[in-house]
Design a binder for this molecule. Structure first.
Ligand code: AMP
Ligand code: MG
Length: 348
């Protein structure tokens, strides 16, 4: 797996694979953020599109280096500074990401919390390979949860960052892709690309339309790998899906997801997939993770608090929970799709 990643990563550095499948579509595939990014550009000059995608590739490599939760770089330096009670000067891109994370944590009432990096590492998810073996010791988990690391513990002054809580360890894995794709769509528009779609492991961002029609996207069936629903995304919309089937730890027949409830320090298992559509992809990505934590009984409250109104969740029994606004725009594609009634008359 590591070798495969290395090859893919080198391939990405070497260059982008461009091919034309329809006279008006230009397709590219890059390996970024440990995942494949597909870019389809519609109705643009090839030289202009090539250059814009090269610009995205270059910036994504920087983000990968600067925001990586465990490979040595700017973020691991900052986390080391937090542990040692020091401060560190960082660039404005990382500061903006920290500020967004703090805002989303507050909106979600702490269910989304990028300061729980130490916990994520303790569970073995700060490694390329899938963690194995029994869960970590209960008292270690309890100790990290009890330390209440929060993005609100972080002070930022003139680009210099410090934390009042030494247990704060930032992991931007739940919203960095959303922020990165938002940046990439804005970059495309600023470089004369008016119609495009970007798709990277659970995150999609749209620019303009696919000619006369909108861009059509699908939500994967989390239990059988087919498609559970499809929908059209309008200009500037993004959709982010958080799935506990993406990464997990398995031991004695039990699966432990990579999404944690910061209140307990234990992985959540009640929601297997959460998709959120919004024009702010960073928010949609953060909300998809927060709603996975909130679960079938509390997701609506959290969605309302975070200001997202287009949500589709699949619970562990395959039931679909959705907001009326989302329900109106999806087409169910799976024969076994079963919508669970939302009992709140004020649902968005
Ligand atoms: P996503 O696929 O967007 O839901 O992101 C999952 C990743 O976010 C995990 O692999 C962790 O790195 C991180 N994470 C897990 N639980 C949380 C949480 N409650 N709040 C913020 N980040 C989390
Ligand atoms: Mg997310």
């Amino acid at each position: 797996m590591r070798a495969l990643r290395a090859v893919l990563s080198l391939a990405a550095l070497a260059l982008l694979l461009a091919s034309c499948s329809s006279p008006r579509e230009l397709k590219y595939q890059l390996y970024v953020f440990g995942t494949l990014l597909d870019v389809v550009i519609y109705d643009a000059d090839k030289a202009v599109a090539d250059q814009a995608v090269a610009g995205i590739s270059a910036r994504f490599q920087e983000m990968h280096r600067d925001w990586h939760p465990w490979k040595p770089g700017l973020l691991t330096d900052l986390n080391a500074a937090f542990r040692e009670g020091r401060s560190l000067q960082v660039d404005r891109e990382l500061i903006a990401l920290i500020e967004d994370g703090r805002k989303y944590e507050q909106l979600s009432g702490g269910l989304f919390n990028p300061a729980i990096g130490a916990l994520i590492g303790l569970w073995g998810f700060h490694a390329d390979d899938k963690p194995t073996g029994p869960p970590p010791a209960r008292d270690k988990i309890a100790e990290l949860a009890a330390a209440h690391p929060s993005m609100t513990d972080i002070d930022i002054r003139d680009g210099v960052v410090s934390s009042r809580n030494k247990r704060v360890q930032i992991d931007t894995g739940a919203y960095a892709k959303g922020a990165a794709l938002d940046w990439a769509s804005a970059y495309l528009k600023a470089h004369e690309i008016s119609n495009a779609i970007l798709n990277a492991g659970g995150g999609i961002a749209v620019v303009g339309r696919h000619g006369a029609r909108p861009w059509k996207v699908a939500i994967r069936h989390p239990l059988n790998w087919g498609v559970i629903a499809s929908l059209d995304l309008g200009p500037d919309e993004a959709m982010h899906t958080s799935g506990n089937y993406h990464r997990f730890r398995e031991h004695e027949g039990l699966r432990y997801s990579h999404i944690f409830d910061p209140r307990t320090g234990w992985p959540v298992d009640h929601i297997v997939s959460a998709s959120v559509v919004d024009k702010n992809g960073g928010l949609a990505d953060a909300a998809a993770t927060a709603l996975s934590v909130a679960g079938p009984d509390h997701w609506l409250q959290t969605a309302r608090a975070m200001g997202v109104s287009e949500v589709l969740l699949v619970d562990k029994d395959g039931g679909i929970h959705t907001t009326p606004k989302m329900q109106k725009r999806i087409k169910l594609e799976a024969a076994d799709a079963r919508i669970v009634e939302v009992k709140d008359p004020l649902a968005p």
